[in-house]
Ligand binder design. Sequence first.
Ligand code: ATP
Ligand code: MN
Length: 477
Amino acid sequence: MKRIKIRELLHTEPVGKTATVKGWVRTFRNNQFVALNDGSCLDNLQLVLPLGEFEDKVLRSINPGAAISATGEVAESRGRGQKIELVVSDVKVVGESDPEKYPLQPKKHSLEFLREQAHLRFRTNTFGAIFRIRHAAALAIHRFFDERGFVYLHTPILTASDAEGAGELFRVTTLNPQHPPLTEENEVDFSKDFFGKEAHLTVSGQLEAELGSLALSDVYTFGPTFRAEHSHTTRHLAEFWMIEPEIAFADLEDNMDLAEDMLNYLVKYLLENCRKDLEFLDDRLKKEESSKTKDQRSPMGLTEKLEFCLESDFARITYSDAIDILMKSKPNKKKKFQYVIEEWGADLQSEHERYLVEKHFKKPVILYNYPKNIKAFYMRVNDDEKTVAAMDILFPGIGEIIGGSQREERLDVLLSRMDEMHIPQEELSWYLDIRKYGSCPHAGYGLGFERFVQFVTGMGNIRDVIPFPRTPGHIAF
Ligand code: ATP
Ligand code: MN
């Protein structure tokens, strides 16, 4: 008989019909009741094994973690908490699981413990919910851009360019590390390497997306990104996924509008399509919060926070206005910030960003027009010649979720910026070409996918929203 997924069964409630389900045992009570989960939804299906109908040998191998297949009649449930159950006539243990050794015991495990069991943590309610939401968010991103006529452009993962000249690159090579070929100057001779030159993993698909945008008008990338940064924070990974739209004939304001529309669309989609998983995570957070002191608790629950986010427009303020607010703020005057803001031009730290979002505005904030000295070469220089048309979107609890800008489309200005920043022209001739042939105002941004998933799931640590996190010193699985 063809298997039906538990999600569909609970949805259609075919009482009186015969059905086959397959999944993994969560618990087995009184030699009679199996809680079965197949990952299709948060809910387990209760299987009822009538007493005396099954061999002891079979019953003894129905243990937590075991894979089973069960056929029976769908019946209205007499138990509380579920509408239907399956009264089983035939059960097969497909894959056994030794209850003495199975790492996931039917009790609450810490997130740290589950990170070490990342190969099994998908089987918990929390991680089942997180990865279903992550899937839905990815789908919604494609839908959002598709509905607006964007082309999904697959930019390369292996690159010869360093988009921002920022370093923090992972090198890719096939040279023998013990005996690499050397040049006359006794340096590693990368002309003998696989590509005939140095190669790295991409830190951003932006520059390539710009090329696509100046022909296809609106494009986006959605792919893995790699940064060898030694940031030991709850918001940084060495491998993360980024969404990077790039829009032609557009300025910074169009860019902000697109970003705000996108974030609203995604949150709305998830509230509509992942309600049960979100509510589960909401409850989980509430329990976690109850062990905190009153002033450490967040004022809103998870779904409440998401709905609030939909209702309120994001605050849009310039970097200069933000500096004013920060210089006048209590924590700055009382030197409570680790980095006290002394003057215009200072780079904002996450403590400042969080103050603006969580204390001052109490809603998402778009900061724009940053000093050009602290930003990348490709950002468009404003008429004041001091600032560039850059924007960061800051979210409560997360900090920066999006970074973007209007790009410098004027060849002469771009060249002098590259000069100032010692970026060799030869390496980027292709990038400069699009400023020579039909250049036009264009803009784009990067959304860190895991930061967004953190926001919607309320998870405090970015390692818990990607299946197999890579961070400095950690590359298990
Ligand atoms: P941060 O200051 O938080 O390190 P950034 O300024 O380096 O961020 P960008 O280079 O603008 O970030 O990248 C665009 C987006 O990608 C960021 O807004 C963020 O959402 C995400 N992002 C950046 N670095 C990481 C990382 N190491 N891990 C996960 N997401 C990241
Ligand atoms: Mn960074």
